[in-house]
Design a protein around this ligand. Sequence first.
Ligand code: AMP
Ligand code: MG
Length: 698
Amino acid sequence: MKFDTFLMVDWSGGNDRGPTPKKDAIWACAARAGQADEPVYLRNRQIAEDWITRFLTDERRAGHRVMAGFDFAFGYPAGFGQTLIGTDDPFAIWDWFEAHVNDGLDSNNRFDLAGEINAMFPGVGPFWFNGLQRDIAHLPRKGLDRRDHGMAEKRMAEVQAKGAFAVWQLAGAGAVGSQVIMGLPMLARLRRRFADELRVWPFESPDAPIAIVEIWPSLIAKAVDATKPATHIKDAHQVLLLARTLSVIPADTLRSLLDVPPNPEGSILGLGQQAMLLQAAIGHPPPLRNDCFAMPRGAHWTPVDSALAHLKQHLSAVTAIETVAIAQAAGRFLAADVTAHRSHPPAPNSAVDGYGFAGPAPEGVNTMPLISGRAAAGQPYPGPIPNGHAIRILTGANLPTGVDTVVLQEDVTATATHIAFHGPLRQGANARKAGEDMTKDQVIMHAQRRLTPADLASITATGVGRVQVHRLLRVGIMSTGDELRDAGQTADAGHIYDANRPMLCAVAAAWGYDVVDLGRAPDDRPVVRTMLTAAAQHCDVIITSGGASAGDEDHMSALLHDTGSLALWRIAMKPGRPLALGLWNDTPVLGLPGNPVAAMVCALIFARPALRILAGGAWQTPQAFTVPAAFSKSKKAGRREYLRARLKDGQATIFASEGSGRVSGLSWATGLVELGDDAQSIGPGDPVRFIPFGSFDI
Ligand code: AMP
Ligand code: MG
């Protein structure tokens, strides 16, 4: 089963009358063997249907087999057709809609029709969201007003496709119900027109000249975000990427995607194969394993070093790889070794301004005839220099043939025809050899390195213009807690200001990542769930603060627990308390404690190295310095302590209070003093480990 052409269509429930492309009108894009056409903007359904019909006709005339994907449900939850027309046969349902939908440029009857359908069902519903001003009989405005209509809320496909909307919702952000009603009549007509040639998956075997499949571009949302040029419209890029991706995956793989049990509700192509699709879309690395945060059973309090070792061992890069110009590469993690295209310097040249000749020059006064002309950087001297002669040469100029030594101009007495200087001067003095810095084909930088400004110079010097790097890690930051208010909002004594979010956003930005401010979530599990699902679509990693313990209002740990991937890490450190780690729809979530001091310390100690790995980098331990303590303190064995500290006269002083709510101590400090896991009694002058904030890259 092989297709030549893949046509992907992003359908729309509305119609666009204006001249400029709108983001949610209809877009279509075709691709063949990895090559995508320009996405086509189709202003309204009439134009779209004509265009699609013509496209399919032309492709068939050329003898091509076509897979055409449409982004709306091809069926309704089981039992819908029974009540509507006495059968769940999906094509009979299509034909019914084709006969009953009136689709005009300026208006259509979809809301009235939904009301009429609802009237056939018991109770209220299943369709809802009247998008019109006037009331429509049997069509509730709110989803919660529905009851007893007997229909499942979602098809199996939507249950599996996390974040997909139900077919019953006709309007509102993200709704798809109208697309279905306005799309099925078009499919019914295509079916009739291409009768013998066209088959609809999964109702029929797609092994046909034209296979129609249901798609859901959000399956590759991460790839879309990662590859979309800033100037392109998302829907356009979505159909382009999906068409191109399907056109490159091997025929066997495509066959396995299509291999689902037939069912009258329909299905979504690629469900459950998201990772494979993403990988095909942009060489996306495989997602983390569901058990990547699982600590060995029985561990009661986990030592900091064990926790770090676990992260180091189980995390891997999650960001796609792209090729960028050197000017865009600062701060990125290399995804491949960089090899010198040519030697640096490419040819022997002069390190100084002076006179070049064939060395060495013996002890005593050396006098040489001066060749007329000169060698300068970018203006080489063409001819050879006879032995015993000298030539004027400037810094960076290639050594002319016959020259291997340069005498500094300050050491020379020169006339128009001769130079004189005191020897001795060794052969090769003041000259740079070809390749003395870097040689052609040498690996000059290794994968996982974060490119520094100096690296850009080294890479460029060897003639490399583009490098393979990881896309910037997209880090979402979310706060949780009913007590929180945003900076600048009014708040009463029961509220506290969300201090963690600006802090953690700034930390992630200082680390050079792409920061997504996810706002704050209330202590309300369904809301947190919705926010996590939306965030997981667009973030590579989500950092939350608060709600990470095991209390009644600790929803973050409860939700992650439900995914089966939660590991509640009880780390033997102060400040700290538990860290809640887990995967939400394949996206890692790092749940930090709510206390700002604990949130910050945990971010520096755990999130920093973890994010580095996720971003494509190598594990990194912060640089610490041993300094004398200027304080006294005893601690028990069994946990590590991090104290807010600053250096004064070369000694470490610590903040007056260890209270983890004392956020001002973080501002006071210029780093952390790290006290080991064992019992200690520290007095003034004793050596302690001081880690400046600079070592944490903040
Ligand atoms: P939790 O981990 O949710 O139990 O929160 C622990 C403590 O940190 C509580 O006193 C919270 O009010 C406080 N807290 C939680 N989130 C934040 C935040 N974003 N900014 C400031 N304090 C917070
Ligand atoms: Mg809380």
